[in-house]
Design a protein around this ligand. Structure first.
Ligand SMILES: [Zn+2]
Length: 496
């Protein structure tokens, strides 16, 4: 009823304004975006008709829409809705498939640092990265007020998966611990396939919010068990230790192909698959001689999920960017950024070829307060990072096990440590691997002039990157909950 009223209102306004001409390109662009927003909000309302007891973000979103109260300056956009809707029948303005990609902890300084890290010093220009190419907007990340302004991955992933704010630690439950419906559950109700590909354990906070409900992110075994009911078609990442033999048996009984070796991936030609390739996390990119793990998992996920004619929703996470950020480890962080960027390029290519896939890339929060330049010096020297061929933790492990550790250190980091640095390392070496790792990272920070303000998260906004049909919905500033509601609005209508 409301939908019909809304549509006739739109048609009426369209007729009124059909003779208007627009000289201003900017206004047109704005108009287009607003039109898409309005269209999406209408769709949000449609999607809310059929659902049941679990709390849905679409309930909230629907309340926000009242086209009759739209201010005069956005009447123009509405004229565009009709043309948008006409276009639906020819080229899709709504995606069939959606891929959400999350760089855990990847605040703006990470993508900027990555640009300079990838810069070719032989050329005067600073080359664009995939992030520069796909940037469309920003998102705030704050959790529910009970947790203040600084979010953790669980609350932020809940926002991105359900459209609701919650407390830090919550996995798709609200502040009263009631389950919140996720986009993956909505996708399943509509006959779409769903999947995840991550570099952490598959049941870590970010993917967990998309496929489980739990009052605490640390309940790893319960979350792993919940995955069985999620009916996800593709589950790829680490986390063997959380899946007992009996749980694995339940997965295989349900038709899942269970694999643990990366080489087995190529034999998987159809869903469902549960691929657990490490006890906990996948190897750090900087230490991984095989390489390209996340992009390989992403490629496989796209290949498997796209077999569903109805479409799919996939989440891909560069999980370990955050972990490197917590350690204040710039060398390891740039390795993880590089592989996340590779995975984004895989999806970007898929979006370009399929033309009916939307990709949205964002971060759940910022980690470490990374600073590109520090200590009052106007410099950042990422070229040093290219010569570091192991993670500080791995270097420390090696240095503890060898007598000729000074020469070994210089070889690992690709620069010569000063006398003073060697003496610091010597002291740290006596204190054990943990302290030595810390000292190595401090020396790398000093050489590259990298700064950090925290070993935890910080509350700055994060960027939003998008491509494909519907991507313009994500431009400008938004809250992270709106990323979810916008994506939900693009799901097909529920049948029956
Ligand atoms: Zn974190």
């Amino acid at each position: 009823m409301l939908i019909r009223t809304t549509l006739s209102l739109i048609l009426g306004i369209t007729l009124c304004f059909s003779n208007s001409t627009f000289a201003n390109e900017q206004l047109l662009a704005k108009a287009d975006t607003k039109a898409e927003q309005t269209a999406s909000q209408i769709q949000v309302h449609v999607s809310s008709v059929s659902d049941t007891s679990i709390i849905k973000a679409s309930d909230n979103a629907a309340k926000k829409v009242d086209p009759s109260t739209l201010p005069a300056d956005i009447v123009a956009p509405i004229t565009n809705i009709a043309s948008k809707q006409v276009r639906v029948s020819t080229a899709p303005s709504k995606p069939k498939n959606m891929v959400i990609m999350i760089g855990d902890g990847m605040g703006p300084a990470y993508t900027t640092a990555y640009r300079y890290f990838k810069d070719n010093p032989e050329t005067e220009e600073i080359e664009q990265t995939v992030f520069d190419r796909l940037l469309v907007g920003m998102a705030s990340t704050y959790p529910a007020s009970v947790s203040g302004y600084v979010t953790d991955s669980a609350a932020s992933a809940t926002a991105l998966a359900t459209g609701f704010k919650t407390y830090n630690g919550a996995i798709s439950v609200d502040v009263e611990k009631r389950p919140l419906k996720s986009i993956m559950e909505m996708a399943k109700e509509r006959g779409l396939s769903t999947g995840l590909a991550v570099t952490s354990q598959v049941n870590h906070a970010t993917p967990a919010a998309f496929f489980a409900h739990n009052e605490h992110r640390r309940n790893y075994v319960e979350i792993a068990e919940a995955y069985l009911d999620s009916d996800a078609d593709v589950i790829l990442g680490g986390g063997q230790k959380y899946f007992s033999d009996s749980l694995l048996k339940q997965f295989t009984n349900k038709g899942y192909q269970h694999i643990t070796e990366f080489s087995e991936l190529e034999n998987i030609s159809q869903p469902k698959v549960l691929g657990l390739f490490a006890e906990v996390q996948l190897p750090w990119v900087i230490d991984d001689k095989q390489g390209y793990k996340l992009s390989t998992l992403t490629k496989k996920s796209l290949q498997l999920l796209s077999q569903n004619e109805q479409g799919f929703v996939l989440i891909v996470e560069g999980s370990l960017i955050d972990w490197a950020g917590h350690s204040n480890d710039i060398a390891t962080a740039m390795g993880e950024m590089d592989e996340f960027a590779n995975a984004i390029e895989v999806v970007e290519q898929f979006v370009r070829e399929s033309q009916d896939t939307l990709m949205v890339v964002t971060a759940d929060h910022n980690t470490g307060g990374l600073s590109i330049g520090a200590n009052g010096e106007y410099a950042w020297k990422p070229e040093i990072l290219h010569n570091i061929n192991a993670s500080p933790n791995k270097i420390a492990e090696q240095l503890i096990g060898t007598d000729d550790w000074q020469a070994s250190f210089n070889k690992f980091v690709g620069f010569e440590a000063s006398e003073q640095e060697l003496s610091t390392l010597d002291t740290a070496r006596m204190q054990g691997q943990k302290q030595l790792t810390k000292s190595i990272m401090t020396i790398i920070d000093l050489h590259t002039n990298t700064g950090w303000t925290s070993v935890g998260h910080t509350a700055s906004d994060v960027q939003v990157f998008a491509a494909g049909p519907g991507s313009r919905l994500f431009s400008g500033h938004q809250d992270n909950t709106e990323i979810a509601t916008k994506m939900m609005s693009l799901l097909p209508q529920i049948s029956n």
